[in-house]
Write a protein that binds this ligand. Structure first.
Ligand SMILES: CC(C)(COP(=O)(O)OP(=O)(O)OC[C@H]1O[C@@H](n2cnc3c(N)ncnc32)[C@H](O)[C@@H]1OP(=O)(O)O)[C@@H](O)C(=O)NCCC(=O)NCCS
Length: 150
């Protein structure tokens, strides 16, 4: 069955599934738990692009582009290793090019092999090390960048 990639803010019927998946990955994403109302408010922010992959009313994965955080991209999927991460990364790149962005970035924690493999496969290159503090612990990671040619 066909996989659709759509904007979450225009498809709020997926909001519960989105919040459940996101909160489930809170530690991998270095974020805090969010509520339904917080997420609805957050989706009003025009400097955030949130796209979801869906199939048969099921949420398969999410890509978020934070234009207000130097075009940082985050991805998470429900079932790993099925190509959904690749699909979402390619889609956000198309969106970025269409909207005149000239590069995308991602911060990837040192031990996150799946994410590193995905971004390197999609031609992101390692720029520099960056430590992120989360729950009072420092995590080593790297900024990966891809220049987009418009
Ligand atoms: C990172 C993540 C989004 C990748 O999504 P995915 O849908 O599993 O990725 P894909 O199936 O498109 O695979 C992309 C590539 O990574 C490889 N890969 C996937 N998991 C891997 C792992 N654990 N170790 C090494 N390589 C891995 C795949 O083999 C594939 O490469 P290939 O095409 O050469 O075979 C997913 O693992 C995830 O949701 N992780 C938890 C949240 C997270 O850490 N997100 C990163 C924040 S930036």
């Amino acid at each position: 069955m066909k996989i659709d990639i759509v904007a979450l803010k225009e498809n709020l019927q997926y909001l519960d599934q989105y919040i459940a998946l996101r909160n489930n990955y809170k530690d991998d994403l270095f974020t805090e738990i969010v509520t339904y109302q917080e997420t609805r408010n957050w989706l009003q922010n025009n400097s955030i692009v949130n796209m979801i992959a869906t199939q048969n009313k099921m949420l398969l994965g999410v890509v978020i582009l934070y234009i207000d955080k130097k075009n940082e991209v985050t991805i998470f999927v429900k079932e790993k290793n099925k190509g959904i991460g690749t699909l979402l990364l390619k889609e956000i790149e198309k969106h970025a090019i269409k909207n005149g962005l000239t590069y995308l970035l991602s911060w990837i924690e040192e031990s996150n092999k799946a994410s590193k493999t995905l971004f390197i496969k999609e031609k992101y290159t390692l720029m520099h090390k960056k430590i992120k503090k989360y729950n009072n612990i420092n995590y080593n990671g790297n900024i990966f960048k891809k220049d987009l040619y418009i």
